[in-house]
Design a protein around this ligand. Structure first.
Ligand SMILES: *Cc1c(COP(=O)(O)O)cnc(C)c1O
Length: 463
């Protein structure tokens, strides 16, 4: 399996090269030269497998340059710390099923990909004798999943910038109570955009980037997508087959388009089993306008109770655009250039029909999100986090008769206690992992939002 860029500017590379490259060097995103399709007999055999073994089977359709036994061991280690034996259990609520993706160490679905990515980085760096300094800015949630993905790993240090005293206390403690020597939390006196701007400048400083082997851990890494393909296949296999349904629909709370793109890849991989992919947005509904009207135009970000979806420009969108353009990289590059200039793309009737064959979509405003949380609590005694609630709202709106609906639950409700309290009148109970944070020792460096201050801190503490 070779990997190419959506913009056509690189010679095909291997999976491990794609993982280490992250963003393609021509500015595009990396994709398999050809998306794999599993045969019926293979899919039948997959039905018998537990999650880690299924992950091994699915990932080996995308990865041919890590020996299968090593890959299986990386997967085993990545999911050994999850607090549910099924890793991603399905909860049947009658009108829909909830696919709980929050049983990892930081109680959010990003653990599923980042636990594996951390282990892969360590494994590949051990083989090459290299090292990596991961640098990123977070507004709260992805920072902790990235930190837990690489804590204690050899040959890797991680530097995560967050805005000082502007992330929730739980989010801050999730990051700063990780005391491993390779983890550096930096609270900057400024906001998220200040942190993001500094990180961008350091990545654009090529001599600095090369000298310190800067690495990114954001959602454009192909390994993250591929890890997420697994749970779509897992859920579809459990609900279809001999005694089950013909196919399943999925509702996906969407921000950067990474998770739903994994669903798109999964649907190709197991033909016939996955029906509709329902793209759910909050009030930042650019992607819903794209699906319903063929209008992909940015506006300003509105803060909502589902902050991990408060995104306008979805970083993985280009991957889907490439397929919508029948794998025409010249056209994709042209359109991404146009978009960078104008902030807008329009899709005519032909392409719109194809978009609507690929996705359904619905956005949930704030009242609808909170009403869905309180409704599910009342009727099912089940607590949704606000991101999951956006997905459930859209899922029920786009639901089909006699087709099981799976709603992806992307975070544990206790991570977003304030929104849950606003919906049901009391805060959610803290699970032990979050309750324990309160009394833990923490470590964090507070620095000015100053490029040179951050640059020298990274240089002084780099691996
Ligand atoms: C990141 C995130 C999302 C959005 O996923 P994308 O892959 O960016 O579309 C949804 N919910 C939660 C809780 C997240 O952390």
């Amino acid at each position: 399996m070779r990997y190419i860029s959506t913009r056509g500017g690189i010679a095909p590379i291997s999976f491990t090269e794609a993982v280490m490259m992250g963003l393609a060097t021509d500015g595009g995103l990396l994709l398999p030269e050809k998306l794999p399709v599993a045969a019926a007999a293979e899919i039948a055999a997959w039905r018998e497998l537990a999650y880690p073994e299924l992950a091994g089977a699915v990932l080996s359709r995308f990865i041919d340059d890590i020996p299968p036994a090593d890959l299986q061991e990386l997967i085993r280690r990545s999911y050994a710390g999850f607090n549910h034996p099924e890793i991603t259990p399905l909860v049947d609520l009658g009108e829909c099923r909830i696919l709980e993706l929050f049983h990892g160490p930081t109680l959010a679905f990003k653990d599923i990909a980042l636990q594996l990515l951390g282990n892969m980085f360590e494994y590949l760096l051990a083989a090459s004798g290299g090292r990596m300094n991961i640098l990123g800015a977070t507004s709260g949630d992805t920072g902790s999943a990235a930190i837990y993905g690489v804590r204690g790993k050899e040959r890797i240090n991680i530097f995560i910038l967050h805005p000082h005293q502007r992330v929730s206390p739980i989010q801050e403690r999730q990051m700063t109570t990780v005391l491993d020597a390779n983890v550096f939390n930096i609270a900057i006196r400024g906001n998220f955009d200040d942190g993001q701007a500094i990180v961008k400048k350091l990545f654009n400083d090529i001599p600095f980037k090369e000298k310190y082997q800067l690495g990114a851990i954001n959602s454009i890494n192909w390994a993250r997508i591929v890890a997420q393909v697994v749970y779509y296949v897992y859920a579809a296999l459990r609900l279809t087959g001999a005694k089950g349904a013909g196919q399943v629909d999925f509702a996906v709370p969407t921000g950067n388009f990474g998770d739903i793109f994994a669903g798109f890849v999964a649907r190709r991989l197991v033909p016939g089993l996955i029906g509709r992919l329902i793209l759910a947005t909050n009030e930042n509904n650019l992607l819903t306008r794209f699906v319903l009207d063929g209008d992909y135009s940015v506006s300003t970000v509105r803060p909502t109770s589902s902050p991990s979806m408060d995104i306008q420009v979805a970083s993985n969108f280009e991957r889907y655009l490439y397929y919508l353009n029948d794998e025409d990289s010249a056209r994709t590059r042209q359109e991404m250039d146009d978009f960078a200039r104008s902030g807008s793309l329009r899709f005519g009737p032909d392409r719109l029909a194809r978009i609507q064959a690929d996705f359904a979509s619905q956005s949930a405003d704030e009242p609808a999100t909170l009403a869905t949380i309180s409704d599910f609590y009342r009727r099912h005694d089940y607590l949704l986090d606000p991101h999951t609630a956006v997905g459930v709202y859209a899922g029920l709106a786009c639901r089909r008769e006699n087709v099981p609906l799976v709603c992806l639950a992307t975070a544990h409700p206790a991570k977003f206690g304030a929104a849950v309290e606003a919906a049901i009148g009391r805060p959610p109970e803290l699970p032990p992992a979050l309750a324990a944070l309160e009394n833990k020792e923490s470590r964090c460096q507070v620095l000015d939002a100053d490029l040179e201050a951050i640059r020298s801190f990274v240089a002084d503490h780099a691996v």
